[in-house]
Design a protein around this ligand. Structure first.
Ligand SMILES: NC(=O)c1ccc[n+]([C@@H]2O[C@H](COP(=O)([O-])OP(=O)(O)OC[C@H]3O[C@@H](n4cnc5c(N)ncnc54)[C@H](O)[C@@H]3O)[C@@H](O)[C@H]2O)c1
Length: 267
C-alpha cells in the first residue's frame, strides 16, 4: 500500500487504547507494512490489532509489562520475529499519578507511585530504546524512534509531580538518544497537551470539581478544547516517516498552543 509510512514495520507501546491505538490505525492508513501492538491489556490490544488489519497492514499483539526489563527485551524480540525487522519504535505507553492517588498532590505522593510512574514513563523508554537500537540500525527503511513526552514535562504540575518529572526525563532522553544514535537512527518526541483519551478522562474525573479540572486542563491552550487522538497521531506518523528524514533530536508540542504563552482563557 502506498503512503507516507509505506513499507515500515512499527512497534507501538501501550497501543491498546488512546493515542497508541490512534497511532497504530493512522500508521496502517498511511501504508505501514506491519504494526506490533504492545500493551498489558490483551483484549483491547487484540481489538487494536484487528482494526489495524482492517486498514490493510499486518498486525500482531505483544503483551508485556513495561515495569519488567526482561519483558521489554522479549517485546522487542517478538516484534522483530513477527515483522522480520523493525523500522520504527513508538514509545507511547504512559501512566499518571492521578490514576493511583486520590487526592494526588505534593502531600500524598508516595514512593510506590513515584516508582511506577518513573518505571513506565521513563526507564522503560530507555530500556526499549536500548533493546531496539541494534534492530533499528539493521534497518534500511529509514529507522526512527518517536517518544511521547508531555507539556507536563515542561511546566509544573502539582497533581502529577512524578508524571511531569518523568516526561521531562523523556525530553532529555530523546535528545541524548538522538545524539547517541545519529546518524543511523532519528529520535524525536512530541508533547501532547490535553488529549481526549481514557487517561485524560481519568485525570478529569480525579478532581473534586469536573468543570474546574477541565478548565485547568484546556483553559491554558490557545484552542481551549481537548485535542483528538488523530491530531497527535498525524504528528507521530510524520516524525516516523521519511518526510521527516532531516529531523532528529526535536521536541514538538501538539498542545493547542499551551506552551506558547502564559495565559488562561476566560471561562
Ligand atoms: N491524554 C493526554 O492528555 C496526554 C497528554 C500528554 C501526554 N500523554 C502521554 O501520551 C501517551 C498515551 O497516553 P493516553 O492518554 O493515550 O493514555 P491511556 O491511558 O489511554 O493509554 C496508555 C496505555 O499504556 C498502557 N500501559 C500502562 N502501563 C503499562 C505497563 N506497565 N506496561 C504496558 N503497558 C502499559 C495502558 O494499558 C494503556 O493502554 C502516554 O505516554 C501519556 O503520558 C497523554
Amino acid at each position: 500500500m502506498s503512503g507516507q509510512l509505506s513499507g515500515k514495520r512499527l512497534l507501538i507501546t501501550g497501543a491498546a487504547q488512546g493515542m497508541g491505538r490512534g497511532i497504530a490505525l493512522e500508521a496502517a492508513r498511511q501504508g505501514a507494512e506491519s504494526v506490533v501492538v504492545h500493551d498489558v491489556q490483551r483484549d483491547s490490544a487484540e481489538e487494536t490489532a484487528e482494526l489495524v488489519r482492517e486498514q490493510g497492514a499486518l498486525a500482531s499483539v505483544v503483551v508485556a509489562d513495561l515495569r519488567e526489563a526482561a519483558a521489554i527485551s522479549r517485546m522487542v524480540d517478538e516484534s522483530v520475529a513477527f515483522a522480520g525487522g523493525l523500522d520504527t519504535l513508538v514509545n507511547n505507553a504512559g501512566v499518571i499519578d492521578t490514576s493511583f492517588l486520590h487526592p494526588s498532590g505534593f502531600d500524598t505522593l508516595d514512593e510506590a507511585t513515584w516508582d511506577i510512574v518513573m518505571d513506565v514513563n521513563l526507564k522503560a523508554v530507555w530500556l526499549a530504546t536500548r533493546a531496539a537500537a541494534p534492530h533499528l540500525r539493521a534497518s534500511d527503511r529509514g529507522p526512527s524512534i518517536v517518544n511521547s513526552a508531555s507539556v507536563a514535562g515542561v511546566h509544573g504540575t502539582v497533581s502529577a509531580m512524578a508524571y511531569g518529572a518523568s516526561k521531562a526525563g523523556v525530553i532529555q532522553l530523546t535528545k541524548s538518544c538522538a545524539v547517541a544514535l545519529a546518524p543511523d537512527i532519528r529520535v524525536n518526541a512530541y508533547l501532547p497537551g490535553s488529549i481526549d483519551t481514557p487517561m485524560a478522562q481519568g485525570h478529569l474525573a480525579s478532581g473534586d470539581d469536573r468543570r474546574r479540572t477541565a478548565q485547568r486542563m484546556t483553559g491554558t491552550q490557545l484552542m481551549p478544547r481537548f485535542g483528538s487522538v488523530n491530531e497527535v497521531a498525524q504528528v507521530a506518523c510524520f516524525l516516523a516517516s521519511d518526510a521527516a528524514s532531516f529531523v532528529t533530536g526535536g521536541i514538538y508540542p501538539v498542545d493547542g498552543g499551551t506552551l506558547a504563552w502564559r495565559g488562561v482563557q476566560d471561562s
